[in-house]
Design a protein around this ligand. Structure first.
Ligand SMILES: CC(C)(COP(=O)(O)OP(=O)(O)OC[C@H]1O[C@@H](n2cnc3c(N)ncnc32)[C@H](O)[C@@H]1OP(=O)(O)O)[C@@H](O)C(=O)NCCC(=O)NCCS
Length: 128
């Protein structure tokens, strides 16, 4: 399963692919992962806060609601486990991802200047 995830991650993030070992480390560190043939999401719940670590949908399967469906699953799980807020960070120039998060009710709460190789990181939050 982790090898499939490695392939899918490379298709989603060709410039910064994660390995199967990276995903294994995330699981060991307490993150949760949902993966299907065309999409994956990684999130973490710590006490009353949760965080989307990453999300990706295969380029051939985008705009079909897969990311939204996976977000709902992660949010539902986080809420069930006591989280009241979901956070995430997204690069300022990642317009598809920012649009997808806004579509799902996330609001910008802060900016980390030049966080990703000179690109600002936008910190977003959703009350669960
Ligand atoms: C961001 C990403 C996960 C979105 O996945 P997706 O399955 O296509 O998203 P959804 O189909 O759930 O999109 C829901 C809504 O978000 C908005 N949206 C999604 N992609 C968009 C795009 N390229 N341009 C404009 N709006 C977009 C739309 O409002 C869309 O609803 P609509 O299709 O009915 O108009 C996908 O583009 C991806 O994998 N990108 C590369 C990896 C990445 O950048 N991940 C985020 C890292 S923080």
């Amino acid at each position: 399963m982790l090898n499939e995830l490695e392939k899918l991650h490379r298709a989603c993030f060709p410039n910064k692919p994660w390995s199967a070992a990276d995903f294994a480390d995330l699981k060991k560190s307490g993150c949760d992962i949902i993966a299907s043939q065309n999409g994956f999401i990684v999130w973490r719940v710590v006490a009353d806060q949760a965080e989307i670590i990453t999300i990706g949908v295969h380029p051939d399967a985008r705009r079909g609601g897969i990311a939204t469906a996976m977000l709902v699953l992660a949010e539902t799980d986080a809420k069930k486990r006591g989280a009241t807020k979901m956070f995430l960070e997204v690069a300022d120039n990642n317009h598809p991802a920012r649009a997808m998060y806004e579509h799902n009710g996330y609001k910008q709460i802060n900016i980390r200047p030049k966080y990703y190789d000179g690109i600002d990181a936008i910190l977003m939050e959703k009350i669960l």
